[in-house]
Design a protein around this ligand. Sequence first.
Ligand code: FRU
Length: 453
Amino acid sequence: MEQHIKQSGHLKAPGNWINDPNGFIYYKGKYHLFYQYFPYAPVWGTMHWGHAVSDDLVNWEHRGIALFPTKYGDMSGCFSGSAVEDEGKMVLFYTGVHYHETDPENIHLSAHDHFDSCQMMISSEDGIHFDNFNGKQVVIPPITDKKIGDKTHTRDPKVWKGKNGWYMVLGSQNEEGRGKLLFYQSRDLKNWSFVNDVSKGAGWGWMWECPDYFEAEGGQVLIFSPMRFLKDGKWEENQSICMAVDFKEDSCEMAMPDTYQYLDYGLDLYAPQSSVDETGKRVLIAWLRMPKAVEEEGISPWRGMFCLPRVVEVKDGHIYFRVHPNVKKQYARPLTDVKEAGKEGYRIRLCLEDGGSVNVGGYQVFRRGNRICTDRTAVFCAGEGYRTIFETPNVQEGNQLDIYVDDHMVEVYINDGEYVISNAVYGLTKEFQAVRGSNVEIFGKISQPFGSP
Ligand code: FRU
């Protein structure tokens, strides 16, 4: 990978393939975001951890590969995980996978789901250098007790510091083939004991990926990504959902309601990860699934990007995802036309009346009663399994939209994050028109500290 690529606004693959955000942390005055990375082609394969660093969550610099397979446990990939700071060190936890059989036509894939997963740890003195050869250790070997979890499908450790020491939540599968969460506890980050597991009935997916539990302003939140998830009698794809929960640290018991929200109503975002920003706010980033690679002149094909950082808050049981104030602050240069915006995109703010619509470069946003809908048919390479039309549930508050537009992603924040619709797009034009919209404002990015990306 070319190192030190600089990007502004949305963080994108530095070439080839990225998926989940990993190891998101504010550490020694900088934001670090690692990510699932396949460095050889714009498709999923043997996982590495790529690394990006930012001062402000808006301007990013790619710093190359942080983790790569070196051990028996992670021989076939370093899957998703998280970061904590302990005694000045950055400590990363991730899932090491070992394939017992590979696809003879593509050795980057396992065959017949015949692989083991263990949980691994590596630490760094500065958050930049990781000793992949001498610094790794297995902290939870592949699970052998089926009553606890599955030896193949247990992954994505999210670690946090609680009142009684360190906690870890893992996504797993139970004996009936349903998704579940496993909670572990540790005093020293190295020795972990299983404390409790939590599951739901049928219809909640066969494996729960990338769990994240945290306390946000206003309440406790659980986010996870069930694979094949039953909703209204139909099988959905893998989707990220969130809910307000009641978690007890002493026993690791978690009361989970039967109601949930989608993380994002564009249904393209997946596998989010949260952290705490420098002011103590809970901030989250998620992966935008893209159906095909972007091929632009002068740069390698790339596939996968991240949404803008969002502050998570709970109010009256509802989970809000508000665009991070640093982003708002930087998308504040008034423009008279979207054609004046630079490569780092622009933001449109407006109120939309019932029956009103906005055309953003071919991407349509419209209001039907109290629902906000989007239609990307004109700016998408619709293939099988991809939707083009989306809608929120009924919104409770106002009709204010904040739309962040990038060449390959549009994010529509409704009523300061009451709901968000984010979609991957291809071939947006530089046009903009609002019908029955009022107070329309357009903003570009104020500065480009890194020069043109
Ligand atoms: C979610 C996921 C994780 C896994 C990683 C592998 O997208 O499947 O569960 O750790 O991606 O890249």
